[in-house]
Design a protein around this ligand. Sequence first.
Ligand code: PLP
Length: 402
Amino acid sequence: MAKKDFNPANNIQDLQLFGESGGVNPSISDSSTYTFLSAQTMLDTFEGNTEGCYLYSRHTAPSNLNLGEALAAMEGTETANVAASGMGAITPTILQFCEAGDHVVSSRTIYGGTYAFLKNFTPKLNINTTFVDITKLEAVEAAITPQTKIIFCECVSNPLLEIADIKGLAAIAKKHKLQLLVDNTFSPLTISPIKLGADVVMHSLTKFINGSSDTMGGVVCGSQELINSLRDVNNGACMLLGASMDSLRAASILKNLRTLHIRMQQHSKNALYLAQKFEADGVRTVYPGLPSHPGHALYNSMMNDKYGYGGMLTIDAGGLENANKLMELMQEKNVGYLAVSLGFYKTLFSAPGTSTSSEIPEEEQAEMGLTDGLIRFSIGLDDDIERTYQMMHKCMKEVGVL
Ligand code: PLP
């Protein structure tokens, strides 16, 4: 596998997308609809036969195509389709692959919204899911039935930070003629799932990729055939479910994408520093960069150079009350914000059991190791992480976590 030769940041940087009048950024197409000189060209465009012509911005728009092209370059796919949110990319893609009667094998530790979609929503369409421990390849293979169409996982799972063996899963998918769909939201640049054998990669752009917590966005990166089918006017799930991105947002996310490599390095550097300190203090800490993480060696075998182990870490505060007290105090001391989401310049923290994973029933949370004292951190871009650590350490002492 030529993983080491693949540099996703170079691929983004090498793209030259100019604007009108020689602008160094592409012009924003601030229109929802487009005029035609001839009625025939309009008809041809509706049918998707006219390269370079635009009809209506729910179908596609120049700014959205530019962002999609950059994200496809990052993931090493033929092309990509951007959407209004991460869920706006993930849900239509699953529906594009599955019809009534089909079956999905999914990791049981995934973002709560995706979990709820597969657990509660798709069964109404007679698409059923078996949730498995994704770290056990034999459990994944055992769950496959003749109706299975896709395997779904997150490279680094939300919120437990379990590491999926993308090469191993890709081999199983290939053997059973299934598609491996991977949500790479927690590990952009760091892991390149397509290079490891995945078929489709999705992201919530709302997180690290945009990085300024000012917009929602999503993307599905895959083959031209898949993206064409998602955009098909008669049968495309992206087209018909309508979660299209606005052009102004596509333009702003593209600009932020260009600094992703620098931001990821700083998020990772800071998170590793804090994880090592917390662990040395005796706090139960989960971070893929720690040798104590069960997926550490696997992560090392999959990661691209330079970007580290990502900005996400969890600690166990030993109960919900402690977790809540600690988060409130850290916010009061301006260490970070008590907020869901990730990838911001400021550290964000939340208790997943009562927030982003609350869709998962309590007994299932317990089974997967999601304790109520778990705090998920998205570590920020702090310039002086030693200072941040000292403040966190003080907060932990004050509420009795240490
Ligand atoms: N995938 C992961 C791993 C997430 O953490 C999230 C949101 O938290 C999503 C998908 C959904 O993305 P969005 O909120 O942009 O719809």
